[in-house]
Write a protein that binds this ligand. Sequence first.
Ligand code: PLP
Length: 382
Amino acid sequence: MNNKKIWLSSPHMGGNEQKFVNEAFDTNWVAPLGPNVNGLEQDLESYLGQHAAVAALSSGTAAIHLGLVLLGVKAGDVVLCQSMTFSASANPILYQGATPVFIDSESQTWNLCPIALEQAIISEIAKGKKPKAIIAVHLYGVPYQIEAVRAVADAYQIPILEDSAEALGSAYKGQKCGTFGDIGVLSFNGNKIITTSGGGAIVTPTADLKQKAVFYATQSRDEAPHYQHSAIGYNYRMSNICAGIGRGQMEVLDDHVAKRRAMHDFYADFFMAYEGISVFTVPNDDYFANYWLSAIVVDPLLANGLTRETLRLALEAENIESRPLWKPMHLQPIFEKYPYYGGTVSESLFDTGLCMPSGSNLSDADRERISTVLITILEPFF
Ligand SMILES: *Cc1c(COP(=O)(O)O)cnc(C)c1O
């Protein structure tokens, strides 16, 4: 049997990436600005629709950091953050010298629990510090409970930093993810639904705010012939070479979304026959997920003792990559000393959940191999 590695999520070129990169070379726009940067921003703005003014940056992490800067987060401030996420959602809170406070997930979208969120806000206010911002994530491309989270944020007038790093192409009630926060964040890291090799973007509701983001991202240069600075600057702009890859990738974004969604449907069909293994799926038709990663939950009680770790190791032995869900931030050594609100939803998802190979570049032969291997692994348990 062909034993070439099947990856969880690998880069997938397919548009005119090389043409745009060649243009950058031919015109010597080899710098963190240029026509590809502007072009990618325009492509993203028209893709996201109404509210979007987009600045292309060097990473999603940089976008989250700048988002906190734009929201005025300073040393000593409290920032609320979904616990179940990638560490890049939370690290920039520490870059600012602020204090992260972690919130559990609800079990429908696996994202920010609005009830725990409100408890955290009430309790932090009682301790004397009204939180400065809420970081909400669309995990694996499934939108968070947009309306419920917004209602809590508005009731206490706290802005939302929407971490849409995994959710380009997802939508809620027809509106694209990335446009729901007071500020939104996208990532084009190598494993994301489209990639610029490394890169990200900040999505703001106004051209003014976008200009401000670009100002901070290019070393906060004041208007002057010499170098003059009255604010802390960052070197966070996207390179024109990377943006060229991004322009090519924008041509195939919808195709990637369709293919990732087809991977989700493949797993949903496959696991239907296995009690105790469920595929993470949107709660209803208001939600449209790009299903960046297809995730499953294995309940050992219903699955006759099968655990997600048994499954993961058996897949690994066949050179098929899978990975446990994000380990919650409140359980991470670097973050465990910070406050946490909620129950055990995120913790139990971490214990039982597994991300399956989900790339838009997986072939029929790959799917066939995955199902053959799965059937063999699952056979003794069912
Ligand atoms: C990938 C990711 C980021 C960080 O983006 P980079 O471009 O890798 O810096 C942030 N948050 C989440 C949820 C992510 O998945």
